[in-house]
Design a protein around this ligand. Structure first.
Ligand SMILES: Cc1cc2nc3c(=O)[nH]c(=O)nc-3n(C[C@H](O)[C@H](O)[C@H](O)COP(=O)(O)OP(=O)(O)OC[C@H]3O[C@@H](n4cnc5c(N)ncnc54)[C@H](O)[C@@H]3O)c2cc1C
Length: 446
């Protein structure tokens, strides 16, 4: 059976594969244009709680505001640090503060890094979309694209859907990407995150930490660069993230056979942290269970658009493996950039009931890519350098001294150029042929 999209004659029909954060926010951004119809095809049978937290930086929050998604910016859905530091780094054993990240260009608390339970952010985004826009149980298997006639998405259940353009928002293992770039390789980085999200009441008399903290630990050959991240996940929930690093080239490496969201061993988790600061141990004792998230990453793509009919957003476009906890905001900024590009090439104000031409669609994708890809490729470069460094340390069995640990934290990369990246400035630069301020340049003064 073929699903024909409710084509109201002359609207641009957009099919989005994937109803995660990238898919929903892209729909919100594109529906600002009166000439656009959107359908989202999500593989899940139902939207259910995804047991993890997600952080958004000023980059993502500013775009949410620009897109009018006010309900995702309030304290009802997210928590913000009591201090103005987006992240605090504590010593694994002594608990002393080794370093803090700071915001440089943020003027209002609304744009300060915010943390969510993923399901709450997802729900807040859904509330900004027309009911019935998402079709569940529609796993995209592949896409056929004809530069002159549009696209057909083929689903696992044997059905299909036609549209003018397709946006792949189907995550890191994207089938849309695989259709057009079948040889793009994803590699296990050797890091397996162990996460728990639970009712804060389980902490009992334990003093509630006011802020998110990375407890940075002393390396050993096996457990080399772990951090545990403890913070509120909003609405009375609490989350912890730990994990372990191993050599991904070792065929017998512990964690090699772990699958995404597998149930992990609580005893193993407790064992890893048995010598840590008592505060960390108490948080770990409070975890009811633990889930495993093996980390994968891949290099930059040559292009994000295919046959002038298909483009990618979010983790489908940039397989950065969750580094810098940036994926949510990057997806939101992709959506913002695509919306800006659409309106630039095919202005809403001049829409007279006609679809954009094939040439205009190609230009929209080009402006989108010019806005986002230089920044994303730079992030991927940093991520892959860090992964290579970690791997080399594990392979050598290097044991970090306490002095080296402190030095590493002190000289860590300041992520402000990612978390405070200005997507509108990048867009202006893109449409000015690359001329404009250097968004990723030197750090502004406080
Ligand atoms: C446990 C966890 C913790 C994270 N923590 C953070 C964090 O702290 N900060 C941060 O910024 N980012 C974090 N991320 C990453 C972040 O969630 C993503 O980078 C961001 O949400 C953008 O994701 P996405 O929508 O592109 O992909 P996803 O969130 O993976 O969503 C993809 C969607 O597409 C659907 N789908 C997949 N394949 C198909 C298909 N073939 N057909 C149809 N639908 C399909 C999936 O079911 C899903 O709904 C985390 C991710 C996870 C899983």
């Amino acid at each position: 059976m073929s699903h024909t999209i409710n084509n109201q004659g002359e609207k641009l029909e957009v099919a989005i594969a994937g109803g995660g954060i990238a898919g929903l926010i892209t729909a919100i951004a594109l529906l600002k244009h009166p000439g656009v119809n959107v359908r989202i095809y999500e593989r899940a049978k139902e939207f259910k709680e995804i047991g993890a937290s997600i952080g958004l930086g000023p980059n993502g929050l500013r775009s949410l505001e620009a897109l009018g998604v006010e309900n995702a910016l309030t304290g009802n859905v997210c928590t913000r640090q009591k201090s103005d530091w987006p992240m605090i780094f504590r010593h694994w054993k002594t608990g002393e503060v080794l370093a803090t990240d700071v915001h440089y260009t943020v003027k209002t608390k609304k744009h300060f890094t915010a943390r969510y339970h993923r399901a709450h952010l997802h729900q807040a985004l859904l509330e900004n979309l027309p009911k019935g826009i998402v079709q569940l149980n529609k796993k995209t298997i592949n896409v056929h694209a004809d530069p002159d006639r549009g696209v057909t998405l083929f689903f696992e259940d044997g059905s299909s859907a036609r549209a003018d353009i397709c946006i792949g928002a189907d995550g890191i293992h994207s089938n849309v990407r695989k259709t057009f770039v079948p040889d793009h390789a994803l590699r296990w980085t050797g890091w397996v995150a162990m996460r728990a999200t639970f009712e804060a009441s389980r902490l009992g008399d334990l003093e509630f930490p006011e802020d998110a903290v990375h407890w940075v630990f002393l390396c050993s050959a096996f457990f080399i660069d772990g951090i545990t991240d403890t913070h509120f996940a909003g609405k009375g929930l609490f989350t912890t993230v730990g994990g372990f690093h191993v050599d991904p080239n070792d065929p017998n490496a512990h964690g090699r056979d772990a699958n995404w969201d597998d149930l992990g061993s609580l005893e193993e988790f407790q064992e890893y942290y048995k010598d840590w600061n008592p505060t960390v141990r108490a948080f770990i004792e409070a975890c009811p269970s633990i889930r495993l998230f093996p980390n994968y990453a891949g290099g930059p793509l040559k292009t994000w658009s295919f046959k002038n009919r298909v483009t990618l957003v979010g983790d489908a476009a940039h397989t950065h493996g969750g580094a810098f906890a940036a994926g949510g905001s990057l997806a939101i900024n992709d959506a913002r950039a695509l919306g800006l590009a659409l309106n630039h090439v095919w202005p809403a104000s001049s829409y007279k009931g006609e679809k954009p031409t094939a040439e205009q669609i190609a230009n929209i994708f080009q402006v989108y890519e010019d806005t986002r890809k230089p920044h994303i490729d730079k992030i991927l470069g940093v991520v892959h350098k860090a992964i290579a460094g970690q791997r080399a340390s594990v392979e050598k069995g290097k044991v970090e001294t306490d002095e080296e640990l402190r030095q590493r934290v002190a000289s860590r990369m300041d992520p402000w150029w990612i978390s405070e990246h200005d997507v509108e400035e990048a867009f202006q630069k893109a449409i000015n042929g690359g001329k404009g301020p250097e968004t990723d340049g030197s750090r502004p003064r406080l």
